[in-house]
Design a protein around this ligand. Structure first.
Ligand SMILES: [Zn+2]
Length: 598
């Protein structure tokens, strides 16, 4: 933690990603910005008030797509450069200039969406029939029509956008600016505390006293902001409910699932089955954790610790390439080529330097490869993170090659499938390669549980179970004060962990920690994606090339299929319980093997 970090300028080139793949120079980017500003004015002149038939709509869309791609590349270029070094004032300045410019152009062209949304059905149908690009995008506008309000009301709502987003920005301010954590003390030694310090470090700390003391200090500071945070969240939920009502949805949940093209059944299944059927397996895992770490008891503050905290296999970047290429070779030569390109053309930013954004992400500017931000610690777990992010890269590589810009989007329900399948394939490969090394094998198995499945099937799923109850209350017109939120959260934890885990005071405040709640129904979808990933992984291992071929076609489908269609293309049926039940069995079998090896 306290190691002195290098400045960005001192980091060797080979550890940095290469944004010149998007624009050779900053001047090229600025020239493109000028071009799209001009293009936007042309589009306005040519089409404003004139989108009256299919032919004109499609002509307009050809130019609108050109505009959007330019915008996509420009905004990625500036924000990627900022994300690796927030201390670089010049890049930040460039980003703010560019952002204010393109926001202006975006609002200039907002007439396109509103004219289309208000266009007669026949006109839209005609446009869809003859569409050369953005076909699904246009279909979605038609699909949305019954929920559209009058032009004047819609315009008013748009102009109130900033106000509607206020609860979320207040939440962020509360959390990131107002909340100051005091140091805490254990056995006379003082430890610094902060939000990410707690979530990224102390929750995994192997010293039990320090870990539990950190949880206590962290929770106590959270509690100071409990009422503010509940008021912010309550306002957000209330706004969602009002919007759902005026847009003619029976429930907030339906209104949020509408955009994802997911049915109520699919949504409820994830929450109900996991709460009931996965819980026994995870309680067993909690018991194993307690035993392996010699704990006096298992508490809520201990759930994130490693099964074997003293074992931490190291991996160099060079070696990671070998693992990635070998471990994912089952995906075929085309995929291999993409992976090699990722290393050769420097898609990945491995560096650790001052001012670099934390965590990991993958951004994929349209048809320009991908940019993966990591912070390489030479840990085996970094290989899994990299495999995950390369899964997103592979997805958008295939999808943008096959689809127009506007049909390049995918539903939350499936978006994490291509990334998590890579984690699973890596794990299977590592297990196979190291059959003799029991400790390593156990490490891989427990990494599957503690990283891949815990994150997606437990952490986010419990959040989802809580969120569903909040929306159920909102649908009944009830308020959700802090006490109610605490009670719901604690109830969910109790139901899942039973008597196996002592619910430390402060656990009920966990709802305060998740920004996802301001982004609709996100939390449940992680487990949905990973269910598809698990089934496809098993199929690929069983059937080889035929399954890989199907998967590759699925990756290229973009928004041309809905989540049920996506899964079906890959050979998975998500309309019944079977796929999820089988996935839960698979998780159970990993935990059983960990027990055998312990
Ligand atoms: Zn991901």
């Amino acid at each position: 933690m306290a190691e002195t970090l290098k400045k960005r300028s001192e980091v060797p080139e080979k550890l940095k990603w290469d944004t010149s793949l998007i624009f050779k120079t900053k001047e090229d980017m600025l020239a493109e910005l000028e071009r799209i500003k001009k293009l936007s004015q042309d589009i306005e002149k040519k089409y404003k008030g004139k989108l009256i038939n299919g032919k004109i709509i499609n002509e307009c869309f050809a130019e609108y797509e050109d505009f959007y791609i330019g915008l996509d590349l420009i905004s990625n270029y500036v924000s990627l450069n900022v994300s690796v070094d927030y201390t670089d004032a010049e890049n930040r300045k460039l980003e703010s200039i560019v952002t204010s410019d393109y926001m202006k152009e975006l609002s200039r062209l907002s007439f396109i969406e509103s004219e289309l949304a208000d266009a007669p059905e026949e006109v839209l149908k005609e446009a869809i029939e003859s569409a050369t690009t953005a076909k699904t995008y246009l279909e979605d506008i038609l699909r949305d029509k019954p929920h559209r309000l009058g032009a004047e009301t819609e315009a008013t709502l748009v102009s109130l956008g900033e106000v509607f987003n206020a609860p979320y920005s207040m939440y962020e301010q509360t959390k990131l600016a107002d909340m100051a954590f005091p140091d805490f003390e254990v056995n006379g030694k003082s430890y610094p505390l902060g939000y990410s310090l707690f979530e990224d470090n102390y929750e995994y700390e192997k010293d039990t006293e320090v870990r539990r003391a950190a949880f206590k200090a962290f929770s106590s500071k959270l509690r100071d902001y409990m009422y503010t945070t509940a008021a912010e969240y309550g306002a957000h939920v209330r706004r969602e409910k009002i919007m759902a009502d005026i847009r003619h949805f029976d429930s907030v949940i339906d209104s949020l699932l509408f955009g994802q093209k997911v049915t109520r059944d699919m949504y409820n299944r994830q929450i109900d089955l996991i709460m009931e059927k996965l819980a026994p397996h995870m309680r067993k895992y909690a018991r194993l954790l307690k035993k392996a770490n010699n704990l006096d008891k298992m508490t809520y503050a201990d759930l994130k610790i490693a099964l074997d905290p003293d074992y931490d296999p190291k991996v160099t970047i060079e070696k990671s390439k070998e693992y990635i290429l070998d471990g994912l070779s089952i995906m075929g030569p085309e995929y291999q080529e993409m992976l090699e390109t990722a290393y050769r053309d420097r898609w990945v930013d491995f560096a650790q330097n001052v001012g670099k954004s934390t965590g990991g992400f993958c951004a994929s500017p349209y048809r320009k490869g991908s940019f993966i931000l990591l912070s390489w610690n030479e840990r085996m777990s970094d290989v899994f993170t990299l495999a995950h992010e390369l899964g997103h890269a592979g997805h958008f590589y295939a999808c943008s090659k096959a689809q127009g810009y506007f049909d390049n989007m995918v539903s939350n329900y499936v978006v994490e499938a291509p990334s998590t399948i890579n984690e699973l394939l890596m794990a299977e490969y590592l297990k196979e390669k190291n059959t003799d090394d029991k400790r390593f094998r156990r490490w891989v198995l427990s990494a599957q549980i503690s990283n891949t499945y815990y994150h997606n099937f437990v952490t986010h799923l419990l959040e989802a179970a809580y969120q569903r109850e909040v929306y159920n209350l909102a649908d009944k017109g009830e308020a959700v004060p802090a006490e109610t939120l605490n009670e719901i959260y604690k109830g969910v934890l109790q139901k899942f962990w039973g008597d196996e885990v002592e619910l430390t005071e402060g656990c009920e405040l966990t709802w305060m920690r998740q920004p996802h709640y301001y982004m609709g129904l996100y939390s449940y979808s992680y487990s949905a994606s990973l269910t598809i990933a698990t089934q496809v992984m098993k199929r690929i291992r069983r059937e080889g090339a035929a399954a890989v071929e199907d998967w590759k076609k699925t990756l290229a489908a973009g928004s041309s299929v809905d989540p049920i269609g996506f899964a079906k293309m890959a050979g998975v049926d998500v309309t019944t319980d079977a796929a999820l039940l089988d996935t839960i069995e698979y998780i159970g079998s990993i935990i059983d093997e960990i027990e055998e090896l312990s």
